[in-house]
Design a binder for this molecule. Structure first.
Ligand code: ADP
Length: 258
């Protein structure tokens, strides 16, 4: 709380009272804190790959170049870290454009069934590479008024997470169906799951249940924040159920056209 006060005097200059104005600045302070946190997080996330790229380049320049084996290894790391930087910057730009021009979506009638058919082969291939079984149960003729690229991003982010956090021999199921008021997209996996206490935080920017693991799987920590944002600007919502070592179920709901 911020309090601003002033005394009130009468004509004879005697104190008669005071005015106090009390501002509730909790929300402002929270926003300010979140913004500072965000900048600190972004800087840290950018710094890590940059340090690594710089370090390995310097080592190469210092003469490791003569050893062919380590050359290749170092170049591979530099390449991977540059990819990481690129993903991070892309995700950051997506987030900021959602915040700034959230209302400038390119809304068209999107055929969800055919959109999913566009991405299923790629996802199936990725899942197979990780020895994960992939199933898709998608009804035909499901239409929503939405920004097609953004819808695609929602489904891809959820499926990519499912692949990242599901060990070999696991299963992932994508289900799309119509309910009374919504088109419901669900991604279920039999992966590592999450405990109840972390669930409220996973949609925060850069929040990761296990930082090291997430980095290894190439995640930026921004995927679910982006998904949540996209659902909000579409007037939809996202929910999650999960159990540690059992798996997770992410559900997103797009309002049906009226
Ligand atoms: P990341 O790039 O780290 O995957 P996200 O924003 O997509 O970032 O997800 C935030 C965190 O939520 C992840 O780091 C991970 O710990 C957890 N998470 C997301 N999806 C799943 C899932 N399907 N199973 C288990 N944990 C998940």
């Amino acid at each position: 709380l911020e309090i601003v006060g002033a005394p009130i005097f009468n004509e004879k200059n005697m104190l008669r009272g005071a005015v106090l104005v009390i501002y509730d600045i909790t929300e402002l302070k929270n926003l300010e804190l979140m913004r500072k946190d965000f900048v600190a997080n972004v800087s840290h996330e950018l710094k890590t790959p940059i340090t690594s790229i710089k370090g390995f380049t310097e080592t190469l320049m210092d003469g490791a170049m003569n050893e062919e084996h380590s050359n290749e290894q170092f170049l591979e790391i530099i390449y991977q870290e540059s990819n990481r930087l690129q993903l991070l910057v892309e995700d950051l730009l997506t987030l900021s454009s959602l915040e700034r021009d959230g209302l400038q979506l390119v809304i068209t009638e999107v055929d969800l069934s055919s959109l999913v058919k566009e991405i299923v082969p790629m996802i199936r291939h990725q899942a197979e590479q990780h020895q994960i079984e992939f199933h898709a149960n998608v009804e035909e003729n499901l239409f929503i008024q939405a920004d097609k690229d953004k819808v695609k991003q929602v489904i891809l982010n959820l499926l990519n997470n499912a692949i990242s956090y599901t060990p070999a021999k696991g299963e992932i199921t994508l289900t799309i169906e119509e309910t009374k008021d919504f088109l419901q997209i669900q991604v279920r996996d039999t992966g590592i799951g999450m405990s109840l206490d972390v669930l409220p935080r996973i949609f925060e920017r850069f929040y990761r249940v296990d930082k090291a693991r997430s980095r290894n799987t190439g995640g930026t920590g921004l995927g679910l924040a982006i998904v949540k944002h996209i659902m909000e600007v579409h007037g939809g919502k996202i929910t999650v159920k999960s159990e540690l070592n059992k798996g997770s179920l992410f559900s997103v709901y797009f309002p049906k056209q009226v």
